[in-house]
Design a protein around this ligand. Structure first.
Ligand SMILES: Nc1nc2c(ncn2[C@@H]2O[C@H](COP(=O)(O)OP(=O)(O)O)[C@@H](O)[C@H]2O)c(=O)[nH]1
Ligand SMILES: [Mg+2]
Length: 446
């Protein structure tokens, strides 16, 4: 729609706002998109599912509809399918999704005060489900093969998960020949090491497409691994690494991704706290790498400046959100939001804030008496259990914890089952903090 025509009062322009939703596998992206869609659609039919958003609207009308997919090139995110899993009896978590998909909703927001009779503002809200693993590839754009290899091998040194791979690398002769079989074996051992490190709770694992492959057949140049020695094999690996970087770059530039205006970075920090100090430090490093990528529009290395804006240049608002916050009681969630905020710093010129959210709230807050003392705990039904039980994982630190914290392990986080929801989800999905998150992301538009 031509904005000038709109200004002349012919027809209101529809503004498109694209929000990137990113986070590593299992961080809660699918749950967030499903719940946001259900709660926005319910709010549009007058249900009080998003109080902070309604407060911002102050009685103005809100209409919400799924946007038609037209001739869009990105796969569409289908909330109805995911919602039917949550609304089933017993409820199920939405199935795992692959790489990238797009959820599009059309919002109509009434105008305030005397303007109430003017045509509503029309916003197309697009939420792009973007694998966090791929964001962790961005720092590779600024690292050549020798630099990346040296940094990676240093990080792996001494880790049991990488023993077989390191043994292979150290056993290679100097000037190893550029043989496909060597490259393939090394690649397989390296990819297996990454898989094991992920199971051990680490996050900063590169290249991200080794853990979250792009759709379609795998080209031969994906078969590389870090190697600092010189020689023909290293030259072959380096060539493959360069092809990989070119793909990362092309992906960022692809018009189908368009510009992302706002970003939600989801992190399952409670699980990282539970997995222990190494996992937590690594999750913090991964969050910082993402925050660092956002800062590129300022301190970009020269040649990078040309294309970094394609994905990040237009981002004005970033929400760093600790997910699955229904594992802890309300009193702890403030700490969780401060913790995620303190890990990410503030990229200059961008509005950022830390949040603690649960897209699909599975628990209620209760007071529990442990060793004679009352603690703020939660109660929910663990998948497969007959009855709901209480859970208290421990105190959430409000900043990166010191040595003391790790001597009292943060207790297990049960796999809760979603609560039963009525009306097949048409009345919304219970959540914590999605309304505040949305009000922040759309603040300037409400
Ligand atoms: N308790 C709780 N668990 C959640 C929540 N969101 C996600 N989960 C859990 O995390 C798993 C992975 O979530 P998903 O949205 O598929 O993550 P994705 O890989 O980032 O898309 C789910 O299957 C749930 O077990 C939440 O709000 N509360
Ligand atoms: Mg998913």
């Amino acid at each position: 729609m031509d904005p000038l025509a709109a200004a002349r009062g012919l027809l209101p322009a529809r503004r498109t706002v694209r929000i990137g939703v990113t986070g590593l596998a299992r961080a809660g992206k699918t749950a967030l998109l499903t719940s946001l869609a259900a709660n926005l659609l319910a709010a549009g039919s007058g249900m009080p599912t998003l109080p902070a958003l309604s407060a911002r609207l102050g009685g103005r009308r809100l209409r919400v509809a799924m946007a038609p997919s037209g001739a869009a090139s990105l796969p569409r995110f289908d909330p109805a399918e995911h919602l039917s899993a949550l609304a089933a009896d017993p409820p199920r978590w939405p199935a795992r999704t692959g790489a990238v998909s797009l959820l599009a909703l059309d919002l109509e927001i009434g105008r305030p005060g005397l303007a109430a009779n003017l045509p509503s503002r029309r916003i197309r809200l697009e939420l792009l489900d973007y694998p966090g693993e791929w964001l962790l590839d961005l720092p590779l754009l600024a690292q050549d093969f020798p630099a990346w290899s040296a940094a990676t091998l240093q990080r792996l040194e001494g880790r049991a998960e990488a023993r077989a791979f390191l043994g292979f690398v150290h056993g290679l002769p100097r000037n190893a020949p550029a043989e496909d079989a060597l490259a393939t074996t090394g690649h397989q051992l390296y990819a297996e090491a990454l898989g094991r490190l992920r199971l051990a709770g680490l996050s900063l694992l590169q290249p991200g497409r080794f853990l979250m492959p792009a759709p379609g057949p795998e080209p031969p140049w994906t078969r590389f691994f870090p190697l600092t020695a010189g020689g023909p094999l290293a030259a072959l690996l380096r060539e493959r690494y360069e092809n990989y970087r070119a793909q990362v770059r092309d992906n960022l530039m692809a018009p189908s991704f368009g510009r992302v205006d706002r970003l939600v970075v989801l992190a399952d920090l409670l699980s990282a706290l539970h997995a222990g100090e190494a996992a937590f430090t690594d999750a913090a490093a991964a969050l910082r790498a993402v925050a660092g990528a956002l800062r590129w529009r300022r301190g970009v290395p020269g040649w990078l400046a040309a294309f970094a804006p394609a994905l990040f240049g237009g981002i004005g608002r970033v929400a760093f959100a600790a997910s699955k916050a229904d594992h802890v009681a309300d009193r702890q969630r403030g700490n969780l939001a401060s913790l995620v905020g303190s890990l990410t710093g503030t990229p200059g010129g961008i509005a950022t804030r830390g949040f603690a959210i649960a897209s699909v709230r599975c628990t209620e807050d209760v007071v529990w008496t442990l060793e004679g003392r009352p603690v703020s705990a939660v109660r929910g039904r663990v998948a497969g259990a007959a009855r709901a039980g209480k859970s208290y994982p421990g105190e959430v630190p409000d900043k990166p914890p010191g040595g003391e914290f790790w001597t009292h392990p943060f207790l297990a986080l049960p796999d809760f089952e979603p609560m039963r929801i009525a009306l097949g989800g048409r009345g919304g999905v219970p959540h914590i903090g999605l309304d505040t998150l949305l009000a922040f992301l759309l603040e300037d538009l409400l």
